[in-house]
Design a protein around this ligand. Structure first.
Ligand code: ZN
Length: 364
């Protein structure tokens, strides 16, 4: 088969769309492919293969990677990536989408966060290395074939099992290319920072593939409202970078960037017990307001430990499984500027809001 393209670019551009190539195959402009790509082998010698969908638009444009389930039990992102890959109309796509809905296949099969092979964390193993541990070899196959060839990346996560996160972006916004990507995703909250060594977003960004993490909800669930919000974010990114030129960038209504200057803390339990959580994900709390009470098995009044907000802020992450040892995290609280507080209060009264904020007690 010839590698020569016999068709001229149909938009008259001198910069025609290019084939997407990986070790073992190629996807030409105007084509899409569902691939099962081998990244390891099981104890039985069978291949461990990750699902990959590559959609190469007819028109030239950037290559964007959408990835999920680096932690095998974090499911919300899987549905985001699948819907973009298979439910959206990409007939006018300018560029290429590389969709990796389930990266940690062994963890996904076991419904566990880590690779169930010596409990390795795939999301601390990037960019990976041939000849190294099983996790790094898998990371290497994924990274070299499907991450490095991209121009941008969005990696979807949820909170760890037993906790939940409001939808937010984590990004090293000191890099202008990452900042542009982070802001175009249309989340209310961006937490700044480069992330731990070995995470996909840090190592991809380091390798000149600006990449953000999107945190959304809890493990072991499809949470429709959060999935829809993330899909709005993806559409907004594709508009910002010209992949869907007819779409528009979405403004989330208000935005706060949490950096080292902001107050932020994981509030931890100082007593063991059963937690009566009073506040939810995405809620605004004032300094001194009660966030939760830690109780003993007999609900004895004298033994109740109440936990108050140490400063006014937003609950970005919160405990769902209501039991703690001393030292366990109860909630992730971030401080807000006065302007953001005003915008947030205004939005709370607007019913048409797309925010993750919800009245106390309401569940998804
Ligand atoms: Zn994760």
């Amino acid at each position: 088969m010839s590698d020569e393209r016999d068709e001229p670019p149909d938009d008259g551009s001198s910069d025609p769309a290019e084939a997407f190539t990986y070790n073992g195959g190629r996807v030409d402009p105007g084509e899409s492919a569902n691939i099962r790509y081998g990244i390891s082998e099981t104890y039985l010698g069978d291949p461990v293969r990750i699902p990959v969908t590559v959609i190469n638009g007819k028109h030239p444009g950037p290559t964007v990677c959408l990835s999920a389930a680096a932690h095998g039990d974090e499911l919300n992102g899987i549905e985001v990536v699948r819907e973009v890959a298979h439910d959206w109309d990409h007939s006018m796509l300018h560029g290429t989408l590389v969709c990796l809905p389930v990266m940690n296949v062994p963890g996904f099969l076991a419904q566990e966060r880590y690779l169930p092979i010596y409990d390795r964390d795939l999301n601390r193993s990037f960019p990976g290395r041939e000849g190294s541990t099983s996790a790094r070899r898998m990371a290497h196959r994924i990274f070299t074939n499907f991450i490095e060839p991209c121009d941008l990346g969005i990696d979807f996560h949820t909170s760890t099992r037993g906790r939940t996160n409001m939808l937010h972006v984590r990004a090293n916004i000191e890099k202008p290319s990452v900042e542009r990507l982070a802001k175009s995703f249309s989340s209310n909250v961006i937490i700044a920072g480069e992330g731990p060594a070995g995470t996909l977003r840090r190592e991809a960004t380091q390798a000149d593939v600006p990449t953000i993490t999107v945190e959304m909800g809890e493990a072991h669930r499809f949470q429709r409202r959060l999935i829809d919000r993330a899909l709005t974010g993806v559409a907004s990114v594709l508009a910002e970078f010209g992949l869907h030129p007819d779409s528009s960038v979405h403004w989330p209504g208000w935005r706060t960037v949490i950096d080292d200057d902001n107050e932020k803390t994981w509030i931890r339990a100082d007593a063991g017990g059963i937690v009566d959580m009073k506040r939810g994900r995405g809620e605004f709390v004032r300094e001194g307001e009660v966030i939760c009470a830690i109780t003993n098995p007999f609900k004895e009044e004298d033994d109740i430990v109440t936990v108050e907000a140490p400063f006014t802020g937003l609950i970005v992450g919160v405990l769902e499984n209501p039991v703690v040892y001393p030292g366990n995290p109860l909630c992730h609280l971030v401080g807000l500027s006065a302007d953001t507080r005003t915008a947030l209060e205004r939005e709370r009264t607007t019913e048409s809001s797309q925010s993750d904020l919800r009245p106390a007690g309401q569940t998804e």
